[in-house]
Design a protein around this ligand. Sequence first.
Ligand code: IMP
Ligand code: MG
Length: 190
Amino acid sequence: MRIEGSLHDEIDRVLFSEDEILREIQRVAGEITRAYSGLEFTVVSVLKGSCIFAADLVRKIPLPLSLSFVSAESYHAGTVAGALSLRWLHADEEICGRHVLLVDDIVDSGSTLSAIRDELVRLGAFEIRTCVFLDKPARRKVALTIDFRCFEVEDVFVVGYGLDHAGRHRNLPFVASLRSGTSVAAAPRE
Ligand code: IMP
Ligand code: MG
């Protein structure tokens, strides 16, 4: 894929290509299919970041499932995480009493997934497992079990395949690191 002008200037190197991503998703979808065999469950996709991952993932899982969404916005000043605001888009019967697979783009400090997990417990989920596209273990602050993951990443800011920098780059079909010098803006992270 040829990337135009200023977008190209902000990208340093490709970490995971489109082919590698689709291969890993197939592998993780197989693990999930075996783990949930015989169960009906709900996939909760955390917006906006995980929409592309979730869309590719669920199409590789040949089991009965519901798809539901929560939008998580955390306001960052520089690299300091601020308050998290959650907006749910689900019917009660999709969460209450259900097996839930919580899907996000990346687990960094762990605070977003941990807060959403707590809310799912409050909403009456029967059982919750977590699935992330990327795991950045070096940055973890909140202990959290990740049941399914595609890739582990080093401590660099990454974009593409749903992940953004100041709202851009989500549409890249691969994952790339951001060129150093590109300011990691104080924009909301979703
Ligand atoms: P947390 O620190 O685990 O709560 O992650 C918060 C959110 O920050 C994630 O869901 C992502 O949306 C975003 N985030 C964390 N690291 C990166 C990154 O390297 N690139 C783009 N977004 C990121
Ligand atoms: Mg996110």
